[in-house]
Design a protein around this ligand. Structure first.
Ligand code: FES
Ligand code: FES
Length: 155
């Protein structure tokens, strides 16, 4: 359908020209999360100030769904409070499991990934960046050194 084509185009745009891709000059949360089912990895950096995500960037290597999802996630949570970002993450997780979510529009382009619910094998691709975000936000006080990322493996 036209709608499917539109979604596919938006996903393709994000995967080929991801937003907020790279690294930050100043960050106080750095998470590395690995998807053990494929070996793909995301590096996520955040600069949190006054409980707000002031800046965010990601790098790593992943499939086009995971890259598009990371790009969409950064767009959705930039400038949000920790609580708002956590709520968005929960909504995204529900969405890709095929459940109805409140305030879908707040997810921005990420709302277009709802279709992965029909492809269970790709759900982890779509949630990798959001899981990394949750791990970063779970430990807001965990000052991480100047170099290096906290390493995690998806469970
Ligand atoms: Fe930064 Fe869109 S690329 S807000
Ligand atoms: Fe590895 Fe999608 S195949 S994250």
């Amino acid at each position: 359908s036209r709608l499917d084509n539109l979604y596919r185009q938006v996903i393709l745009d994000h995967s080929s020209h991801p937003h907020h891709h790279g690294s930050l000059e100043k960050s106080n949360q750095r998470i590395e999360l690995n998807n053990p089912t494929c070996g793909d990895v995301i590096h996520l950096e955040l600069n949190m100030e006054d409980d707000i995500i002031q800046d965010i960037a990601f790098s790593g290597h992943g499939c086009s769904i995971s890259t598009a999802s990371a790009s969409m996630m950064t767009e959705a949570v930039l400038g949000k409070t920790l609580a708002e970002a956590m709520a968005l993450s929960e909504n995204f997780s529900q969405l890709v499991q095929g459940n109805d979510v409140p305030e879908l529009d707040k997810l921005g382009d990420a709302a277009m990934l709802g279709g992965v619910a029909k492809f269970p094998a790709r759900i982890k691709c779509a949630t990798l960046a959001w899981k990394a975000l949750e791990k970063a936000l779970d430990n807001p006080e965990m000052g991480i050194g100047e170099s290096g990322f906290m390493k995690h493996e998806e469970d």
